[in-house]
Design a protein around this ligand. Structure first.
Ligand code: ZN
Ligand code: ZN
Length: 467
């Protein structure tokens, strides 16, 4: 029911009752961009075409090159200038045949997905006794050597939260769990998907092997199968599991596609926004991160639609977020223009509604940002009293280097039901909430690009931090 209520609330926005006083052209222009966004189809059309015409876009693969060409054509068709692809090296990881099953006490297939970056098992697979840990801390408490020859399984659930913090808290289970298990002697690692739904579809994601531990094969179990293994473990009988993962990893290339609406007065001053072009392979990458690109591209398009902005608005479709490659490449390529970067922002939390905007420390007190707060208020968005400290994986390097960073806070309550699974598909996109996002980004871009506002935090502000 919530989307319908929001639809009613947003449709009220188009009414003249909230028209701005004519005396403030900045506010009027931002409101016009906002209101156009609420009924515009650019964002939805973007993600509909991406998921239909390109599909999954695993970095460094043939699909990644098709996505590059699609991105260049799309931005060009929308009127962006200087459209081009920035190439950078990646390791193209691809899953091959994958299977897992309980062998004893009785045969039972398990729904799994190999983790991005996982080494393969031998061709015949691995069969071993399982050790089930209810929490990640229980695994960490296991002595070195205690898992020799075993398959370690962590079944700790991820917590559903509106701000997505449950995912961040659970992230080490997937990222670091494989090496922690290997350090204790395990020959393979399984963990409950970092997911909030009750589907039997598993959710993948990248792992990070640590240099001082053997690399062991690792996969995510569906939530349901993780719970099944807990019940089996409760019986006290030994559980034997067979796991087969036939992944490959080869040196390759990925591309970040960028395009601009050049500034009419200060073309060298640039606002950089975007989302990531790559996706995981089981779904079609609709909400991660087709919609993030769609939102920022549509917002840039609408913010510059009526007349050229004074400053340049650049959109970036980052080429390899999921496996952590595009941030370093983009930072290296764009650090030389750091002094001219007005702001950076990334949309990568799906397409459900925004409730807050976090600005760099001190920026909320600036006149143009006060105007922005007024324009965002009818969208049910407030400017957060908490300053932004991080805005997204692909802009992290620029944030750490001192680029003013903004972060729109989205409702991520449903996002992790589908994220990184075969359920990340177009039908999950709520068009009303998608356009609420576009409206908010368009209002920000309009104001940041048509004023001289300086969003740099004052000297002495605590440094930004990666979550
Ligand atoms: Zn993402
Ligand atoms: Zn992702």
């Amino acid at each position: 029911m919530r989307p319908l209520l929001l639809a009613a609330a947003l449709s009220a926005l188009a009414m003249p009752a909230i028209a701005a006083p004519p005396s403030d052209p900045l506010r009027t222009g931002a409101e016009a961009a906002r209101d156009r966004a609420l009924t515009d189809t650019t964002a939805y059309d973007f993600v509909e075409s991406l998921t239909t015409d390109v599909g999954q876009r695993l970095a460094g693969t043939e699909a990644s090159a098709r996505a590059r060409d699609w991105g260049i054509a799309r931005l060009t068709a929308l009127g962006f200038k200087n459209v081009h692809a920035e190439a950078f090296p990646v390791t193209a990881w691809q899953r091959g045949e994958e299977a897992a099953a309980v062998v004893s006490p009785h045969p039972q297939k398990l729904a799994i997905l190999g983790l991005g970056g996982s080494v393969p098992t031998p061709p015949e697979g691995i069969e071993a006794e399982a050790v089930v840990f209810r929490t990640y801390d229980d695994l960490l408490a296991a002595p070195v050597g205690s898992l020799a020859g075993k398959i370690a399984i962590v079944t700790q659930p991820m917590v559903r939260t509106a701000d997505g913090s449950g995912y961040g808290a659970a992230n080490p289970i997937r990222r670091s769990g494989p090496s922690e298990a290997a350090r204790r002697g395990a020959v393979a690692y399984l963990h409950r998907s970092l997911a909030t739904g009750e589907s039997r579809l598993p959710h993948t994601g990248a792992l990070n092997y640590q240099a001082d531990a053997p690399k062991i094969p690792a996969a995510a179990l569906s939530v349901i199968d993780s719970e099944l293994l807990e019940h089996m473990a409760d019986r006290g009988q030994p559980i034997r599991i067979r796991l087969k993962l036939q992944s490959t990893a080869t040196p390759s290339t990925a591309w970040t596609v960028t395009g601009e609406i050049p500034g009419s007065e200060h073309p060298e001053q640039v606002i950089i926004v975007g989302g990531h072009l790559d996706s995981w392979d089981p779904g079609t990458g609709a909400i991660d991160d087709g919609t993030g690109m769609a939102i920022t591209v549509a917002a840039a398009h609408l913010a510059g639609a009526a007349h050229p902005p004074k400053r340049t608005i650049r959109v970036a479709l980052f080429g390899a977020e999921e496996m952590d490659f595009s941030d370093d490449a983009f930072t290296a390529a764009h650090k030389p223009e750091l002094a001219n970067i007005v702001a950076v922002g990334e949309s990568d939390s799906g397409s459900d509604r925004i409730w807050a905007l976090a600005l760099p420390a001190g920026a909320a007190k600036l006149g143009p940002m006060k105007t922005l707060a007024t324009v965002l208020a009818p969208l049910s968005i407030y400017v957060s009293p908490e300053p932004s400290r991080f805005g997204g994986s692909d802009i992290g390097g620029l944030t750490m280097a001192g680029a003013p960073t903004i972060a729109f806070r989205q409702d991520a309550s449903r996002y992790f039901d589908w994220h990184h699974s075969a359920d990340d598909t177009l039908d999950k996109v709520d068009r009303v909430q998608l356009n609420q996002n576009v409206a908010a980004w368009a209002a920000f871009l309009y104001i940041a690009a048509n004023t001289d506002v300086d969003l740099h935090p004052p000297a002495g502000t605590p440094s930004p931090a990666r979550p």
